[in-house]
Design a protein around this ligand. Structure first.
Ligand code: ADP
Length: 433
C-alpha cells in the first residue's frame, strides 16, 4: 500500500467480554492498551507500551473487564465483536487447572494420578484450533504451569517449519508476535505438507514423539502435572480421521476438544464412550476465525520458511556453508516415486516400504531449493527414529565441482552429516523480497 506520512491514530473502547478483531494490511500496525486490561489469544498486553504487528497477521484483542485500545496504522479490517466463545474457553481452562492441581498433589509414584490433563484440540481447518491451543497454553503458563505443547499439524508447523511435528515446553505466556519458542523443541521431520504423502511415516513419527515425551515425563513431575496441549491438522475425514484416533490413543489424551463440527464430535463421542477416562467436549468456533484459501495457506508456509532462516522481520542473516558431495549424505524416507511394474525385475515386489530409507544421489537429483533436515541419526537406519537439530536450505548444487551450498540459521559445522529430504521446497527469491 501507499506509505503515508501522517499518522493514523484511532482509539477503540471495548466493553467487558468483547474483542477487537484485526486483519493487519500489507503494512505493519502499531497498537497499545491505554486503559484497562486486554489480552491477545490468552497473553496479556502490557499497559501503555506500543507493539508492532507484522503484515497480514490476524488476531483479536480481547478484554474481560473493559479496555481502551489505540491503533496507529491502516488495517485491512478492524471491528469489535461482543459475541465470543471466550467464556466457554476459560471454563475449560478452569477445569484443566483443577486437574493439574490434583495431579501435582498426587504421589509421583502413582503414574496415573500424577499425570495432568492431556488435551487434544480437533476440528476442521479454520475452526480456531491453533488459537484455542495458544490460549490454553498461555493461561496455564500465566498461572505458573509448564505445559507441553505438541504440534501435529505438518501443514503449517507452528513451532518450526512446515513438514515437521514437534513438541516444546511452554514456560511463559506466548508472545503474540514471536509465537512459540524453538530453543527447547523436540522436532521430527516428516518432509511433506500433508500426511497423505506417507501415512505410515507420519504415524511412525507421531509414535516416536509420544514415546520420547513419555520417557521425559518420568523424571519430571512438574511437566507431568502440567500435562499437554496437542494441536492437530484440519484433515478430519477418512484417513485423516483415523490419524486423529491414532493421536488420541498414542498420546493417551484425556480431554478431546472438538471445535466447530457436530459430526466429528458425535463420531468421537461414540468411539470413545467405552473409555471412561476420556472426556469429549464440544466447543463453539469463534466468529472471528479467518478462513484461508489453499493459496493463502501455501503462502503462509513460505513465510514460515522465511521466518526460520531470516527471522520474523528479516533481522537475521542465515549462514552460507559449502560442503563437498562426499562430506554429507542425503536420504529420503519412503523410496520416492514408484517404478512401474514393467520396469522391475521379474518377481520383485512393486510395493515400496514406506519407512525405507534410500540414499539420494546428489548428482542426479535436483536438490536445489529444497529444505533438508539435519538428523541426529548416526546411521541411516536410525533416521526414522531420530529427531532433527534443524534445517538447511540448498541454494546451489555445483555438479562439476561436486559441492553443495546451503543456508543454515546458525554458523558452524552441522551437528551431523546425515540430512533428510522430503518433498518441500521453497523459492527464497519469491518471498525474501
Ligand atoms: P485452525 O488452527 O483451526 O486452522 P486458526 O486458529 O489458525 O485455525 O485460525 C485461523 C486464523 O484466524 C488465524 O490467522 C487466527 O489468528 C485467526 N483468528 C482466530 N480467532 C480469531 C479472532 N477471534 N479474531 C480474529 N482473528 C482470529
Amino acid at each position: 500500500g501507499a506509505v503515508s506520512a501522517t499518522s493514523n491514530l484511532k482509539q477503540v473502547k471495548l466493553e467487558r467480554e468483547s474483542e477487537l478483531r484485526i486483519e493487519v494490511s500489507e503494512e505493519p500496525l502499531k497498537l497499545r492498551v491505554v486503559n484497562g486490561t486486554a489480552e491477545i489469544f490468552g497473553s496479556e498486553l502490557p499497559p501503555e507500551i506500543w507493539r508492532t504487528f507484522p503484515p497480514r497477521l490476524k488476531f483479536a484483542v480481547f478484554t474481560w473487564y473493559g479496555a481502551t485500545i489505540e491503533m496507529d496504522g491502516v488495517t485491512e479490517t478492524d471491528y469489535t465483536a461482543d459475541e465470543t466463545p471466550m467464556v466457554s474457553y476459560i471454563n475449560v481452562h478452569a477445569i484443566l487447572d483443577a486437574r493439574r492441581h490434583l495431579a501435582k498433589a498426587s504421589s509421583p509414584d502413582d503414574p496415573v494420578a500424577s499425570q495432568g490433563p492431556r488435551v487434544i484440540v480437533v476440528g476442521p481447518t479454520d475452526s480456531g484450533k491453533s488459537t484455542l491451543t495458544k490460549m490454553l497454553l498461555s493461561w496455564a503458563a500465566k498461572q505458573g504451569w509448564k505445559p507441553t505443547f505438541v504440534d501435529l499439524d505438518v501443514g503449517q508447523g507452528s513451532i518450526t517449519i512446515p513438514g515437521s511435528i514437534a513438541a516444546t515446553p511452554i514456560e511463559m505466556p506466548l508472545d503474540t508476535v514471536e509465537g512459540f519458542p524453538l530453543d527447547m523443541a523436540l522436532v521430527y521431520y516428516y518432509g511433506h505438507a500433508t500426511p497423505s504423502n506417507n501415512v505410515e511415516l507420519y504415524k511412525a513419527l507421531v509414535n516416536e514423539l509420544a514415546q520420547v515425551l513419555d520417557r521425559q515425563f518420568v523424571g519430571n513431575p512438574e511437566s507431568r502435572a502440567a500435562g499437554m496441549v496437542i494441536n492437530t491438522m484440519g484433515w478430519i475425514d477418512g484417513v485423516g480421521y483415523e490419524l486423529l484416533l491414532q493421536a488420541i490413543d498414542t498420546f493417551n489424551a484425556s480431554v478431546v476438544l472438538v471445535l466447530g463440527q457436530e459430526k466429528l464430535f458425535s463420531m468421537l463421542k461414540d468411539v470413545l464412550k467405552s473409555k471412561s477416562n476420556v472426556d469429549v467436549v464440544k466447543l463453539h468456533k469463534s466468529g472471528g476465525v479467518v478462513s484461508r484459501t489453499g493459496k493463502v495457506r501455501q503462502r503462509a508456509r513460505s513465510y514460515r520458511f522465511q521466518e526460520y532462516f531470516y527471522g520474523l522481520s528479516k533481522e537475521l542473516s542465515p549462514y552460507a556453508n559449502t560442503m563437498g558431495f562426499y562430506d554429507l549424505q542425503v536420504f529420503r524416507i519412503g523410496g520416492g516415486p514408484q517404478a512401474p511394474r514393467s520396469a522391475l525385475p521379474i518377481g520383485s515386489d512393486p510395493v515400496s516400504n514406506p519407512l525405507r530409507v534410500t540414499p539420494v544421489n546428489i548428482e542426479d537429483r535436483d536438490l536445489l531449493h529444497s529444505v533438508l533436515a539435519v538428523s541426529y541419526a548416526e546411521e541411516p537406519d536410525q533416521i526414522v527414529s531420530s529427531n532433527v537439530s534443524g534445517f538447511v536450505y540448498v541454494t546451489e548444487v555445483d555438479i562439476r565441482g561436486k559441492k553443495i551450498t546451503f543456508l543454515a540459521p546458525s554458523p558452524g559445522i552441522l551437528p551431523s552429516k546425515i540430512l533428510v529430504a522430503g518433498s518441500l521446497s521453497w523459492l527464497e527469491s519469491v518471498e525474501a523480497r
